[in-house]
Design a protein around this ligand. Structure first.
Ligand SMILES: NC(=O)c1ccc[n+]([C@@H]2O[C@H](COP(=O)([O-])OP(=O)(O)OC[C@H]3O[C@@H](n4cnc5c(N)ncnc54)[C@H](OP(=O)(O)O)[C@@H]3O)[C@@H](O)[C@H]2O)c1
Length: 416
């Protein structure tokens, strides 16, 4: 990990709900000799976070405290001092563009937990080339959106490549089980401000499955039949062998765009015809239909300013979130089909499980991704080719690290 930069990494936004959980994971699980800092705008809040971290683990090198405003001068100075930034300052589309710009220009690696596809599209358009030419690895969406489906799809593609020596034609993924205490104030504020500040055209563009593609999409994506259009697109109900009854997932837009960025960044590995879909498992077709309709109506209502104003009165404010519940858990399942020109191409099943909340999982995903970049920097640079890339480019080292902290991925070939 040798470098002439002062810090291995800086955690920006450690005073927020997600940032605190990421900091907790760092002090509980990462090497004790890391040189790191916590950075934000409020000295008082940062000192409290530092005190809590010291109480949690007094035997490690404590983080320095850096006060920083989000302007070019201070962010340039900050990003030149560190090899990597973990950024938990959101809503990202409101505050974090200058952070990405400073990292891209100064060759500093960067990780965040955004799920804001229109913003990711914008930073790719503006900073991908600068980041690439300065050797910066910039990975947005290393949270519950969209690291788990991205890694699960990558793991299935790897299994098919290793066992069958072919690419993958399709991965259908579902959130098989989810028990969550609910979203944080920061997440809700991000959803509400997205409807306020991002234009309708950009929101619609973000729903393109290849909105973030790094190279041209496959040309032979299967077209749905009339029956499929009625049941799957309009009613939101479908049944998939080994996954069960599925419906629309609130995270689908973000997840699909990220997985397709992975498949188009690493086309030779995924295969030229790779196509990914993300759903949510439902108990039966009626529940599936109800969830789909509720989601469609809910999103349509959020376009109305008065509805957003009303919602804001009843949810956590930014900085707060639900109490931790140890019974929270999440399981993703996915089925992959090998790209074989036979009547019955081989299939594979994958599972990703985590016992704990979605926000502790996000904190863990961020911290462990940072460690992969710090310890395997040259390999990640070679695989990702730098620029604005995806969690899947962190590969097996990331999967192994996650396994050691309770986020497990298993894959197997199916017999039929
Ligand atoms: N998609 C996913 O999987 C996922 C998962 C988790 C979180 N997230 C996203 O992560 C972001 C953070 O979520 P959260 O729940 O942790 O939010 P939060 O509790 O409101 O924390 C926001 C953080 O940003 C800082 N901040 C806000 N405005 C700032 C500004 N103008 N200058 C400097 N710092 C500023 C806050 O600092 P102060 O304490 O000084 O106010 C705080 O540290 C949100 O966008 C959320 O949607 C996404």
């Amino acid at each position: 990990m040798a470098s002439d930069r002062e810090f291995n990494f800086v955690l920006l936004g450690p005073t927020g709900y997600t940032g605190k959980l990421c900091a907790e994971h760092i002090v509980q699980h990462l090497p004790t000799d890391l040189k790191w800092a916590i950075a934000g705008r409020s000295a008082e809040k940062l000192e409290q976070v530092a005190k809590d971290l010291k109480d949690a683990n007094p035997d490690r090198i404590q983080p320095e405290i850096l006060i920083v405003q989000l302007n070019k001068q201070e962010l340039d100075s900050l990003t030149r001092k560190t090899r990597l930034i973990i950024n938990c300052i959101g809503p990202y589309h409101l505050y974090s563009t200058p952070v990405v710009e400073a990292c891209a220009n100064n060759g500093t690696h960067y990780i965040d937990a955004t799920g804001e596809t229109p913003w990711v599209k914008r930073i790719i358009e503006q900073y991908h080339e600068a980041a690439k030419s300065n050797g910066a690895i910039i990975i947005p969406s290393v949270g519950i959106e969209s690291a788990p489906p991205d890694l699960l799809a990558w793991s299935l593609v790897k299994l098919i490549r290793e066992k069958l020596s072919v690419g993958t034609k399709e991965v259908i993924s579902s959130i098989h089980e989810i028990k969550s205490s609910g979203p944080s104030g920061g997440t809700l504020s991000t959803i509400l401000t997205t409807f306020e500040t991002v234009g309708l055209q950009d929101l619609i563009k973000a729903t393109d499955p290849f909105a973030l593609a790094a190279s041209s999409p496959p040309t032979d994506i299967p077209k749905p039949s009339i029956v499929e259009i009625i049941f799957e697109t309009i009613l939101g109900v479908r049944s998939v062998s080994d996954l069960g009854t599925l419906t629309t997932s609130p995270s689908a837009v973000a997840d699909v765009a990220i997985v397709h960025r992975s498949s188009t960044l690493m086309r030779e590995f995924y295969g030229p015809r790779f196509y990914f879909q993300q759903f949510l498992r439902a108990r039966n077709v009626f529940v599936a239909f109800f969830i789909h309709i509720a989601l469609v109506i809910g999103l349509a209502l959020l376009v109305i300013p008065q509805v957003r104003w009303l919602v804001q009165r009843f949810v956590y404010p930014p900085g707060e979130g639900p109490k931790r519940d140890p019974s929270d858990r999440v399981e993703f399942r996915a089925v992959a089909t090998a790209d074989q020109d036979t009547a019955k191409p081989k299939r594979a099943l994958g599972k990703l499980t985590f016992q704990g909340g979605l926000y502790p999982l996000t904190g863990l995903l961020l911290a462990e991704a940072a460690m992969v970049i710090l310890t395997d920097e040259e390999k990640v640079k070679k695989v990702s080719r730098c620029g604005i890339v995806t969690p899947a480019t962190l590969g097996e080292e990331y999967v192994d690290r996650l396994d050691r902290v309770g986020c497990r991925i298993e894959t197997k070939l199916l017999d039929y």
